[in-house]
Design a protein around this ligand. Structure first.
Ligand code: NAD
Length: 304
């Protein structure tokens, strides 16, 4: 292997350490801690496991953390009233509603009811607008793109003036990371190209990339010959391609593959993220950082 492995788990631990220290400092100086509520409706096993991971992270950082589990038959009106209550609760700085919601509840309406200043996922249209404007306007960059940016920068890659190619244009990864990388700001200021399903020659664009970010959801889409020697390759894709028995637990687990042909790409790239263990560990970490930042905005100490 010639590429440096960008280990999301190590960078995650580094950032979690920074957040924990800041939480302690703020608690000592101001007597408050970040407050996060996770609202889970029903008992979808995947949702329970996502929420549990978020709760564990919040607890380990010393946040105030509320798990608000609601029954499957909650009405839209009751859910909106619940969100309104947390919008008005001064001890809560981040509100998460785990998706999907049961049929009959308008997800868009529910997510848009969250106070944009507590929308730590960064998906509220107000926060999408703030991200587009950039600079001091940005409160909560969406978590996976924010994690990608950290992986690039903390691996020592210069983004200023770099040719960045993003494969994929989803609202949660492709579009926001493209916007973030092109802002005239530190850790950005790149020349950005976004490619997608209607792009005529994917290989041509990928080959120009000094930083290649792939979020297509297609296993092995990016071939080794599409990679510029020495490039930084961020593989966001998480694709279940089969099952295996875990050596650790003896239980069936999914075999996960990224959107990049990792084994061949690692011989050409300068640095590359593995799947799993690359981008994945960063998302919840960035959610925690957004929650901390929400409190810092409220205290008037954001950016410090
Ligand atoms: P999506 O399906 O919403 O969007 C995929 C995008 O890729 C689309 O814009 C589409 O135009 C483009 N695309 C698809 N096939 C293509 C092809 N053959 N050529 C060119 N472009 C193509 O997916 P998403 O939500 O952005 O997620 C993408 C991948 O990232 C998925 O595998 C998902 O599981 C993974 N993901 C991981 C994390 C994480 O690790 N934390 C978070 C979000 C998404």
């Amino acid at each position: 292997m010639t590429a440096k492995l960008i280990k999301g788990t190590e960078i995650r631990d580094e950032i979690l350490g920074e957040i924990k220290q800041e939480v302690e400092n703020i608690k000592t100086k101001y007597g408050v801690v970040p407050g996060l509520v996770t609202i889970l409706v029903g008992e979808n096993p995947a949702s329970i496991s996502y929420v549990t991971a978020k709760i564990k992270a919040a607890q380990s950082l010393g946040f105030k953390e509320i798990q608000d589990n609601q029954p499957e038959d909650i009405t839209e009106q009751q859910l909106l009233a619940l969100i309104d209550r947390y919008n008005k609760d001064d001890s809560i700085h981040g509100i998460l509603v785990q998706l999907p919601l049961p049929k009959g509840i308008d997800e868009k309406k529910v997510l848009n009811a969250i106070d944009p200043d507590k929308d730590v996922d960064g998906f509220h249209p107000v926060n999408v607008g703030r991200l587009m404007i950039g600079g001091a306007e940005v409160k909560f960059p969406p978590c996976t793109p924010a994690g990608i940016q950290e992986l690039i920068v903390r691996s020592g890659f210069e983004t200023k003036g770099a040719e960045v190619v993003v494969v994929g244009r989803s609202n949660i990864v492709g579009k926001p990371i493209a916007i973030m990388m092109l802002q005239k700001a530190a850790n950005a200021n790149a020349t950005v190209t976004v490619v997608h399903t209607a792009t005529k020659d994917l290989a041509y664009h990928c080959k120009r990339a000094e930083i290649l970010i792939v979020a297509a959801g297609v296993p092995g889409l990016v071939k080794p010959e599409w990679i510029k020697p020495g490039a930084c390759v961020i593989d966001v894709g998480v694709n279940r391609v089969g099952e295996k028995i875990s050596e650790k637990t003896g239980r069936k687990v999914a075999i996960l593959k990224g959107d990049v042909d990792f084994d061949a790409a690692k011989e050409i790239a300068g640095a590359i993220t593995p799947v799993p263990g690359g981008v994945g560990p960063m998302t919840i970490t960035m959610l925690m950082r957004n929650t901390l930042n929400s409190l810092k905005f409220k205290l008037g100490i954001a950016g410090t």
